[in-house]
Design a protein around this ligand. Sequence first.
Ligand SMILES: Cc1cc2nc3c(=O)[nH]c(=O)nc-3n(C[C@H](O)[C@H](O)[C@H](O)COP(=O)(O)O)c2cc1C
Length: 416
Amino acid sequence: MRFLTAGESHGKALSLIVDGYPSGVSLSEDFITLELHRRQLGYGRGTRMKIEEDRIEILSGVRRGITTGSPIAALIYNRDWENWKDIMAIWAKGQQEEKVRTGGEGEEKAGAGGEEQRKFQSAGYREAKVSRPRPGHADLAGALKFDLDDIRDVLERSSARETAARVAAGALARLLLLELDIKIFSHVISIGEVELGREIEPQELDQKMIDRSPVRCMDERISRLMMQEIDRAREDGDSVGGIFEVIATGLVAGLGSYVQWDERLDGRIARAVMSIPAVKGVEIGLGFRGSSLRGSAYHDEIFYCQEKGIYRSTNRAGGMEGGMTNGQPLVVRAAMKPISTLAKPLRSVDLVTKEEVRAFQERADVCAVPSAAVVGEAVVALEIANAVQRKFGGDSLAQLKESYSRYKDQIERRLT
Ligand SMILES: Cc1cc2nc3c(=O)[nH]c(=O)nc-3n(C[C@H](O)[C@H](O)[C@H](O)COP(=O)(O)O)c2cc1C
């Protein structure tokens, strides 16, 4: 299975093509909508998410709710596009206006500073051209790479709005995995300096309860402290990052492989999670925390008893040995840096005038860790679904299930 996404943050729609998805999977529109909705939630998000009500429109590859094996093409419309039709117009209609009256939230005039900027903003204007790159965003390198003189052409695509399409693709992967009883959860471990401070065992995970927490944290008291941390950053015109964890349960041993470097599932998962915008660190199992331990304290010993067969009593490896799942829950952590669009922008340089200015500023999240965790679930689901398909093949769900169940029986015999 592979997928590609397209679409700008304030364009008409995000689009998605998922290729290689098996036939015979029963899709649920409600399930996909719920996944998209979960990505939109989270304390600390900006006003944009109040405008959008993400829904998927499937264009192909599905008939009467059942996948056909043909590529699945889909759209997620951006409701905010209505407010951006002029700036984001695909075709130039007559003379391009220099400034666009928006009537909505004013944004700063790119390249301007001080008084002029404030007047521009209060008049409700939105500048068509952006020339003040934000430190920490794709703005500067992207404008150089594609030889663009308007940073909007970079920021529209580098925006994490794109992750809505990944979550839709991830929802398809999750529906496939659910057929094999593989489930994926996520929760937030820290926001800024506030930490959950304890390990969560897979059997404790309660997705509904986690989703009820505005910061998707398992502990109510810590949730409140995390929200206060976000409030403090907002009051200071600043932003905060944090750490989230993704856990997959119900995995059989042997997904992924040690025989070639690019077949290693740990590498594939690390790439997928690191590709989430603003994720700067990924670990599996104890990861960085394990580097100071001795081998004897780190590795998960192997035991046997008649009732359980071969088993482990710890999971410090996070369910992954030799680039393969080992039958234990997969545990992945990701560190997200603080959002780079700041209400009190950092120093930057205007790419046209070369003057020192404050970076471009647009409506932004103060913290998006809870939302990034939902994206984390999606990308992990996609990688696991991929590994499942590689191992068990099957153009149809029935073929896949048959081969999966035969393999499960085979390893069961060897473990007991
Ligand atoms: C769910 C989510 C929401 C985000 N929201 C914002 C935002 O509102 N403003 C912003 O500047 N960055 C936001 N980011 C992060 C940027 O997209 C990211 O920092 C940028 O694309 C540059 O990529 P890099 O940080 O990986 O280098 C968000 C990331 C995620 C995962």
